[in-house]
Design a protein around this ligand. Sequence first.
Ligand SMILES: Cc1ncc(C[n+]2csc(CCOP(=O)(O)OP(=O)(O)O)c2C)c(N)n1
Ligand code: SF4
Length: 248
Amino acid sequence: MASEKTVYKKPKSLTDVNFTYCWGCGHSTVHKLIAEIVDELNIRETLIGVAPVGCAVFAYDFWNFDVTEAAHGRAPVVATAIKRVHPDKTVFCYQGDGDMVSIGLAEIMHTANRGENLTVIFINNTNYGMTGGQLAPTSLMGQVTTTSPRGREAALHGYPIKMAELLTQFEGVKYIERVKVTDAASVIKTKKALKKAFLNQINGVGFSFVEVLSSCPANWRMDPVTANAHIDKNIAAYYPLGLIKDVK
Ligand SMILES: Cc1ncc(C[n+]2csc(CCOP(=O)(O)OP(=O)(O)O)c2C)c(N)n1
Ligand code: SF4
């Protein structure tokens, strides 16, 4: 009889608490990838995450390592303080686009400009997920949301902000990549980018930023498969994927 071989098991860095995310939500995939990377890099005991306001507000329930909470876009400054007090720890921020690009825009810009040796993971689902799908600074032109029922219009709402491109101008920023999690190949690429962003910090390279184009099927009023296709076809057309900055 052939002996059984374990090919996959739940990462140690996830608790037994079930995710509360909607079906097909990108947060679940990224949470799992982070947990896998933390196991692989063996940093579970020396890692501190900073969670945002938004659907990922309960991330501390799902990850089996230290996570604190910094509401309303303040994650980068809280992470800055933690890293400065504990330079031996690996510290990361996990933020949505409403949290980061709306109320927290100043914090991310100044943290990037200071070139803090941090890992920042930015989940861009082009709306405020938790509160019912309101317009975010990242919503696409024409995007219908609960606060833009006629679609996003430049004259009323301005244009979608490309955070990854915006941050490239800061000299302190060493690594920026934009990825997605819509199929197996893109999930593997995302894991590679996230791992590099953690390794950069461990190796003292400096501020590293990974933007993940992520689905919000619930507020987009789409099934998960259609939501992923929407990312591939429309969102990635405005927010180009790939490596944006990599300073050795
Ligand atoms: C001062 C203030 N304004 C607004 C809110 C409501 N609020 C909570 S989460 C959130 C949006 C979060 O959206 P995003 O960061 O995109 O995360 P997602 O839920 O999509 O993952 C808002 C507006 C609040 N709690 N406090
Ligand atoms: S509302 Fe959107 S972002 Fe929030 S859990 Fe549901 S699908 Fe995910």
